[in-house]
Design a protein around this ligand. Structure first.
Ligand code: TYM
Length: 333
């Protein structure tokens, strides 16, 4: 039986956060045996804001190690770097010619990120089109991402439908977002109205997957909450709601069970309890990561990437040829 196709990626723009883990990676691990999965490192996307070249190279390797340490099995999944498969950039160009300025201007992530820049790069504006290319190259059925990527999935579907109807052919499969029920939107620990992000200038706002136990507990203890002192899942208590979400995504417990578990318990104890379950889960990941992050595993990582790029390229090449044919490019003889 043909398995449905899953594709997703993460930008190597720093050490991954608890948001990346709960919104994406933990979910990928759960579904990896059921689907035909392709997980890549979005290094082309990372340079939409300036990256120091040597840091980018390091972060790319570290991101792959974090994928594997979190439980992504390289034996059963295709793992590759986006820049190793040139068809991503090429399809990105074709799709640029089928995307409107107006629709890209409406992307909330562009609006947020461009406010933080003095000179806004064209790549930042065009970012969702490259993301559409990533997804459409592989006939993806589902794209497991956090809530913040929903709008990018919608524009991908619009571009694919427009392309298919322009050329009167079903060149692209129309993908669907696959967003987890809990953990899809983890907020900053310092400002629960903003999403947790690896590019936050205040490290107290996020939990890095590589933070040690003491740092994790300290960050949770200092998490911004309210003065109600009641552990309740409510929009009026965004800080506590965020902590309940995290606890639920880690333990699998429902919100009501969590409310019962911490009834009559002050925020202090609750925060430490959240910190402890997070630290326990990350401890296992860090042990695997530390093992992989040693010179003897260098060639192992390179092999995974080479094999992944080869597998991905075969699929991407076939799709790009179909696209070139549909738009009317001459065959290369
Ligand atoms: P990136 O690198 O910003 O985030 C990677 C994944 O982590 C999820 N995520 C979160 N989930 C919950 N709470 C948070 N605070 C949080 N922060 C991040 C994101 O939703 C995402 O799933 N554009 C993508 C990378 C990309 C991609 C793709 C993804 C490029 N091409 C094609 C899927 C398919 C991005 O910047 O993710």
């Amino acid at each position: 039986m043909n398995k449905k196709i899953i594709l997703s990626g993460i930008q190597p723009s720093g050490i991954l956060t608890l948001g990346n883990y709960l919104g994406a990676l933990k979910n990928w691990v759960k579904i990896q045996t059921e689907y035909d999965c392709k997980f890549f490192i979005a290094d082309l996307h990372a340079i939409t804001v300036h990256q120091d070249p040597s840091v980018l190279r390091e972060n790319t390797k570290k991101t792959i190690m974090q994928y594997i340490a979190c439980g992504i099995d390289p034996e059963i999944n295709t793992i590759f770097a986006q820049s190793h498969v040139h068809e991503h950039a090429e399809l990105g160009w074709i799709l640029n010619c089928h995307t409107y300025m107006g629709e890209l201007s409406r992307m909330t992530q562009f609006k947020d990120k461009s406010h933080k820049q003095v000179n806004v790069g064209v790549g930042l504006f065009d970012y969702p089109v490259l993301m559409a290319a990533d997804i459409l190259l592989y006939n993806s059925d589902y794209v497991p991402v956090g809530e913040d990527q929903r709008q990018h999935l919608e524009i991908t579907r619009d571009i694919a439908q427009r392309f298919n109807s322009t050329y009167g052919k079903e060149v692209f499969k129309i993908p669907e977002a696959f967003i987890p029920e809990t953990g899809a939107r983890i907020m900053s620990l310092q400002d629960p109205t903003k999403k947790m992000s690896k590019s936050d200038s205040n490290p107290m706002g996020y939990i890095s997957l590589l933070d040690d136990r003491d740092t994790i507990i300290k960050k949770f203890k200092k998490a911004v909450t309210d003065s109600e002192n009641v552990v309740r899942y409510s929009d009026e208590q965004p800080g506590i709601k965020n902590l309940i979400n995290i606890y639920s995504a880690i333990t699998g417990k429902s919100y009501t069970d969590i409310e019962k578990e911490f009834q009559g318990v002050g925020y202090g104890k609750f925060k430490v309890a959240v910190g402890e379950v997070v630290a326990d889960e990350l401890d296992i990941i860090q042990q695997k990561y530390n093992k992989l992050n040693s010179p003897e595993y260098n060639s192992y990582i390179t092999e995974i990437l080479n094999k992944g790029a080869e597998e991905a390229h075969k699929i991407a090449e076939t799709k790009l040829n179909e696209v070139y044919d549909a738009v009317g490019f001459l065959n290369k003889l």
